[in-house]
Ligand binder design. Sequence first.
Ligand code: COD
Ligand code: ATP
Length: 234
Amino acid sequence: MRLVGLTGGIASGKSTVSNLFKAHGIPVVDADIVARDVLKKGTGGWKKVVAAFGEEILQPDGEIDRPRLGQIVFTDPGKRQLLNRLMAPYISSGILWQIFKLWMKGFKVIVLDIPLLFEAKMDKWTKPIIVVWVDPETQLRHLMARDRSSEEEARNRINAQMSLDLKRSKADIVITNTGSLDELNEEFRRVLFEVTRPLTWTEFWLSRQGALSVLVSIIVGVVFCRKIFGSHDL
Ligand SMILES: CC(C)(COP(=O)(O)OP(=O)(O)OC[C@H]1O[C@@H](n2cnc3c(N)ncnc32)[C@H](O)[C@@H]1O)[C@@H](O)C(=O)NCCC(=O)NCCS
Ligand SMILES: Nc1ncnc2c1ncn2[C@@H]1O[C@H](COP(=O)(O)OP(=O)(O)OP(=O)(O)O)[C@@H](O)[C@H]1O
């Protein structure tokens, strides 16, 4: 099994690239969706976060008021670290569960779209690592347009993450998303080719098919040995 890391900065274009992978039949685990699920009302993550941040972060229906919590954590690094610490175990186990389900279905290549892949040190799980890079002006423009946020809010969110240039220096594959969506599509073709190369032996043994081959080989080996021993005894 090949676990491909897909990361970048906020609004650098990860979801846009994820959608291209999905359109080509490659499954994507989206850490933002997992993070939303583990904050749903009544879950373990919700209880921890409400206990730490107080009921003022709740909407009248008891769900987390995400814009309110966002305002708090993206203007206060200490509170952001606290939120990250509280949610990290739930997010990691949620991601592992999604990977397991896809593994059981027999997928050999799985993309993990994790905005904080390096910050959360999850990069050691993935190979290759794709970083979607964009220049700071375009990133700010896309973020403000998508979230209809002010420049200050957008800059706070951008500054809450490791710099995109540093992320780019840690990448195996860089997708430069400074042009049009058509140009992004062109770049994506090259990346798709790299990501769907034949599996290495290690990746094969980690796939469901590889694990089954090992199991079958062990069973055949045991049956064979029993037959040999059996005939010696006679
Ligand atoms: C603070 C929250 C409630 C704000 O929710 P909101 O709906 O406004 O934003 P959303 O979840 O869609 O995130 C948008 C983007 O913000 C960035 N982001 C989210 N959390 C963080 C964080 N803790 N640090 C830095 N950037 C972050 C990511 O690039 C993400 O793609 C939410 O982002 C959250 O629960 N964050 C903590 C969980 C987390 O670390 N998520 C990232 C998954 S690795
Ligand atoms: N090449 C492009 N040309 C024009 N718009 C783009 C391009 N790439 C991305 N966008 C737009 O920029 C915005 C941010 O892109 P996207 O949502 O894919 O970023 P992201 O990295 O997934 O963000 P987040 O970290 O918040 O999940 C979206 O509105 C998207 O449609």
